[in-house]
Write a protein that binds this ligand. Structure first.
Ligand code: NAD
Ligand code: MG
Length: 390
């Protein structure tokens, strides 16, 4: 029996993880499951999987969670501190699938117990890549990528030396607006941005896919996780989302990873690593697919990709500033206060302002400093929005 915990269990990645566990429940001893507002779902899953503890991120929801768990053996807890404590409960495999920078502290705590962390929460690598990698190394923990592109690269690198890698190419579907005229993006609505042509994902990452902020985060994630330089990372638009990534080696060979757009592949690969086990994903029929399409990304359409380059060039805590500003701008877009293109403008403005503050971005990468920059970025984004909307 492997002891496992799932942080962000009620989300899209969390539910796909639970789907895999449910198919072989005898193999797993579930320690902690966490969620947010969806307390009923959290309690149902925790009871079904006989978890030790269920944690909601929101303290106000604790009575509701307690009530939903009444009569079961599952403990109830709430709040950010409870999440971190739950991450220190011994487990052999921990899924980090909280959305946003909120996943960083529990992820770090999990690594401190020297476990295997399946990392879907890309924001933590963007905010604090060096801190995560350093913490893993110090405690003999392992991070396995769950983002589909990074899982694909990881798989293409099996048996290879990172020194032999010339470039890593991650693909991008182009999201909801890839075929829209540039002029129309300004008035794109929340509903339009919230539907993805190929992947079924949480709302935030779906909107980030339409704006390419998701790909911007992934470029930084590639740099942090695989430790290669920014010039070696390329983005390729591939509308079908069947080729997830390619790795180019010094002899010119390209190794690619193909599969149906189903996150249970990347999750299952991380769950069973270093072995492969059967997974309930569609098998590709390439003859039926016929053609694969690729094109270069249009940087004018996607300013987020340019910002990712700036962040990597600047280094330090600029990733935390970038991500915090982006998360807050996304909140404002979801709330209907700003337009679709304003997210990039606001993020850029905040990034510039924070980078100009003496010593801030170059402070050492500790959880405290990362959290401070994240907070400042959110405040600065709020200020910009208030100035704009009056
Ligand atoms: P989601 O919105 O569907 O689920 C997010 C989960 O995090 C939920 O359980 C929610 O309750 C919890 N949560 C939200 N805010 C929280 C907070 N402040 N504190 C604690 N918990 C909180 O998101 P998702 O699509 O499953 O994505 C999860 C992570 O995986 C993200 O980092 C995303 O970028 C990454 N990812 C997702 C996909 C995908 O297909 N969905 C693919 C690749 C990477
Ligand atoms: Mg991805």
């Amino acid at each position: 029996m492997r002891k496992i915990s799932i942080f962000g269990a009620t989300g899209s990645i969390g539910q796909s993880t639970i789907d895999l566990i449910r198919r072989a429940p005898e193999g797993y001893d579930v320690v902690a499951l966490s969620g947010g507002h969806n307390v009923a779902q959290l309690a149902r899953d925790a009871i079904e999987l006989n978890a030790e503890i269920a944690i909601t991120a929101h303290e106000a929801r604790l009575p509701e969670l307690r009530a939903a768990l009444a009569g079961s053996n599952v403990e109830a807890a709430a709040g950010a501190q409870a999440l971190v404590e739950a991450a220190s409960r011994p487990a052999d495999w921990i899924m980090s699938a909280i959305v946003g920078a909120a996943g960083l502290a529990p992820g770090l705590k999990a690594l401190e117990q020297g476990t295997t962390l399946a990392l879907a929460n890309k924001e933590s690598l963007v905010c604090a890549g060096q801190l995560l990698m350093r913490t893993a190394a110090q405690h003999g923990a392992r991070i396995l990528p769950v983002d589909s592109e990074h899982s694909a690269v990881f798989q293409a690198l099996v048996g290879e030396q990172i020194e032999d890698v010339e470039r890593i190419i991650i693909t991008a579907s182009g999201g909801a607006f890839r075929d829209w005229p540039l002029a129309d993006l300004k008035t794109a609505t929340l509903a339009q941005a919230s539907s993805h042509p190929n992947w079924d994902m949480g709302q935030r990452i779906t909107i980030d896919s339409a704006s390419m902020f998701n790909k911007a985060l992934e470029v930084i994630e590639t740099r942090e996780f695989f430790g290669i330089s920014p010039e070696q990372i390329e983005v390729l638009v591939h509308p079908q989302s069947l080729v997830h990534a390619l790795v180019g080696f010094r002899d010119g060979a390209l190794m690619s990873h193909l599969g149906a757009p189903d996150m249970r592949h990347a999750i299952g690969y991380a769950l069973h690593w270093p072995h492969r086990k059967e997974l309930p994903v569609e098998r590709l029929d390439l003859a039926a697919v016929g053609q694969l399409e690729f094109r270069a990304p249009d940087l004018q359409r996607y300013p987020a990709l340019r910002l990712a380059q700036d962040v990597m060039a600047r280094g330090g805590l600029s990733g935390a500033a970038f991500n915090g500003a982006k998360e807050r701008a996304l909140d404002h877009f979801i709330a209907g206060r700003i337009g679709f293109l304003d997210m990039a403008t606001i993020t850029e403005q905040v990034l510039e302002a924070l980078e100009a503050q003496p010593g801030l971005i170059d402070a050492s990468m500790t959880l405290e400093n990362v959290t401070q920059v994240d907070d400042l970025a959110r405040q600065a984004a709020d200020q910009v929005v208030t100035q704009r909307t009056g």
